[in-house]
Ligand binder design. Structure first.
Ligand code: NAD
Length: 256
């Protein structure tokens, strides 16, 4: 199986290239943005653009930047090449482009390809369904390294979406992020977000349900971002034989 990596010179791109080889798959190569200052790793084939990479790959793995995701969606659908998408910070228009692509190719999209968070997402949905929103205030707290450009993290949004799904509401209707100044009291049923940035924290996420007489908190800490790459390569191997559709890491792990 041939796996290609867009943005192969990025933090995740480099780890993905290593994990493709470590997993026993063929690294078809990668692309890197002109002027990014990030080099294609030694020994990997550099392709000039996504169509050229897609033509040489059975699956393309994408941990890049939200600005380029909609373009990648159209290009990979046109090339009929499966897509593993880890890029976060997507807009509603980007999400729509991903869904369109999934009508003609297999797409595995996850805000976090680690196995622990995949299970935490399933647990967040169960807790959201079991704990009434009238009594239990749901808050998502996350911390990441100082270089991270989007907030709340894609994983935090995914956890909020899981709680919302458990509660039978749309996250967009109850999301409360970036509180500042005179916010007024907490809105009933809101799902709150707080984002901390600093140091080199790979990723910490807590889902908190706070009632008057008890708190339940589930915390996941990632110590090495390599596990995201290992999970994404596992997803790539899984996606290669799947019919068109939008899948998650829970589908790959069989816990959905
Ligand atoms: P990075 O900045 O180190 O790498 C980004 C790569 O994308 C580079 O190769 C860059 O050249 C390329 N790129 C292409 N177009 C770009 C554009 N318009 N602007 C900026 N870069 C562009 O970032 P990273 O730490 O490797 O993270 C990349 C993405 O992966 C982010 O969205 C991050 O949140 C996400 N991520 C997801 C998971 C997951 O499990 N889903 C885990 C870690 C990171």
């Amino acid at each position: 199986m041939r796996i290609g990596v867009v943005g192969i010179g990025g933090r995740m791109g480099r780890l993905l290239a290593e994990e493709v080889v470590a997993g026993g798959f063929t690294l078809s190569g990668g692309t890197e943005r002109a002027g990014s200052g990030q080099a294609v790793p030694d020994g990997a084939t550099a392709y000039p653009d996504v169509p050229a990479l897609a033509a040489a790959s059975d699956v393309v793995v994408d941990f890049t930047h939200a600005d380029v995701v909609a373009g990648h969606a159209a290009l990979l659908a046109a090339a009929n090449t499966a897509w593993v998408l880890g890029t976060t910070g997507l807009s509603a228009a980007d999400d729509a482009a991903v869904q369109r692509a999934a009508q003609s190719i297999a797409v595995v999209q996850s805000p976090n390809f680690g196995p622990g968070i995949t299970l935490l997402l399933a647990l967040a949905e169960r807790l959201g369904a079991a704990l009434p929103a009238t009594e239990y205030d749901a808050e998502i707290i996350e911390m990441h390294h100082r270089q991270k450009v989007d907030a709340p993290s894609g994983t935090a949004v995914g956890l909020g979406r899981a709680v919302a799904q458990g509660r039978g509401v749309r996250l967009e209707d109850v999301m409360d992020s970036g509180r500042d100044g005179h916010t007024g009291p907490r809105l009933p049923g809101a799902i709150g977000f707080a984002a901390l940035r600093g140091g080199q924290v790979v990723g910490e996420h807590t889902v908190l349900f706070a009632a008057g007489s008890e708190h339940i908190a589930l915390t996941h800490r990632a110590f090495d971002r390599r596990m995201f790459a290992t999970g994404a390569v596992r997803a790539a191997a899984w996606a290669a034989s799947k019919p068109p559709g939008l899948y998650t890491m829970a589908d790959v792990m069989g816990v959905s």
